[in-house]
Design a protein around this ligand. Structure first.
Ligand SMILES: [Mg+2]
Length: 365
């Protein structure tokens, strides 16, 4: 039996340039810091993980991940088996509180290594392939109106299943944007609006109360992450489902949202909540309440995206189209050798052992 004892942990920060400026209500940037983790087991098997958190969203960046992993987490996991995921998280949490992107990158590497040690794709370690392919949403970042329309139409032509639009700037700009996009794409395209905490609860009620007439699939994180009462009020007063993203920053935060009945949906980001182990627990908590989820993105590229694809494939209630392939197309280059297979707005779940990707090893040089 393979032991999977963690012998070595490396981390590399890559400041990857974006094709064009990425702007949401919280921040704007033209490059993004990704931290890539490479672990090695005593059998010589390699596991990879990656996260690309934004400072304003999570309080972490690729650079804090590097420090946290090197100074605290590498020692915490060394000598432990990659198969002991709950104990690994206990050890990581004892070494340092929070820092879930850093823990997520390591957790992905555990699953990649476990899959390679046992010869199965990562999704089979999480319940197996509930679905063979996963539906994709495309996220239209903030830019001028004409550029937004052009991007929306181009992505719909590629088959994306949901158009997610970044809002939360001002009521006037949001109204003009949503009205125009709805007119241009027709009535059948599901529109998800993500305000990234852009509004106070009273303004959010006014804005989204008006925007509902354009037909919305959901409204994501309309108010500040800590405003649970605001989320609940909007859920009660709006017809459109309300989705929590920043408000569910970790496993225990989902408990509070459920207890307060403060959201209909949750955007579970593997890189936000501490990795696949924790994402599965959050999904299970929601499943117990009959709630649905989506898998979002922090603009991670190939490795992080692969983890999210395996999670979505293996988790029945992660059934809403997800932002799974966002970081790859938005950046000038990726860190995996072969791109994912995408057909008609669905990504095929990789079938080879572990995360099922080949990492461009030159990034470690
Ligand atoms: Mg979001």
């Amino acid at each position: 039996m393979k032991t999977g004892i963690i012998k070595n942990v490396e981390v590399k920060v890559l400041e990857l340039p974006l094709k064009k400026q990425w702007k949401i209500s919280l921040y704007e940037q033209t490059t993004r810091a990704h931290a890539v983790v490479r672990i090695q087991t005593d059998e010589g098997v390699t596991g990879y993980g990656e996260a690309a958190p934004s400072p304003a969203f999570m309080g972490e960046t690729g650079y804090t991940m590097e420090t946290v992993i090197k100074r605290y987490l590498a020692d915490a996991v060394a000598g432990e088996s990659v198969f002991h995921t709950d104990r690994l998280h206990e050890k990581m949490n004892a070494a340092i509180y929070g820092n879930y992107a850093a823990k997520a990158a390591l957790d992905m590497a555990f699953y990649d290594a476990m899959g390679k040690l046992t010869g199965v794709p990562a999704c089979r370690l999480m319940g197996g392939k509930y679905r063979d392919r996963v539906a994709l949403s495309w996220v239209v970042g903030m830019q001028d109106l004409d550029a937004s329309i052009e991007e929306a139409k181009e992505k719909l032509k590629l088959g994306y299943r949901v158009l997610k639009i970044k809002v939360g700037r001002t009521p006037e700009t949001d109204t003009a944007l949503v009205k125009r996009i709805r007119a241009e794409v027709g009535d059948d395209v599901p529109l998800r609006l993500d305000a990234n905490q852009g509004y106070d609860a009273v303004t959010a009620l006014q804005v989204f109360g008006r925007l509902e007439e354009f037909g919305l699939e959901s409204i994501e994180q309309p108010v500040r992450r800590w405003d649970i009462r605001g989320m609940k009020m909007l859920r009660e007063r709006l017809k459109t489902p309300v989705m929590a993203d920043e408000s569910v920053s970790d496993f225990h935060a989902v408990g509070q949202m459920i207890r307060e009945s403060a959201c209909d949906y949750v955007n579970i980001k593997v890189g936000k909540v501490g990795g696949l182990t924790m994402a599965k627990k959050i999904a299970a908590a929601l499943e117990a309440e009959g709630l649905l989820a989506t898998a979002g993105s922090n603009l991670e590229v190939g490795i992080g995206s692969a983890a999210s694809i395996h999670f979505s494939a293996a988790t029945p209630n992660v059934s809403l189209p997800g932002d799974l392939l966002l970081g790859g197309p938005l950046h000038q280059h990726d860190i995996i050798v072969e791109d994912f297979e995408v057909n008609d707005g669905f990504v095929t779940v990789p079938d080879t052992p572990g995360l099922g990707i080949e990492v461009d090893e030159s990034i470690f040089k």
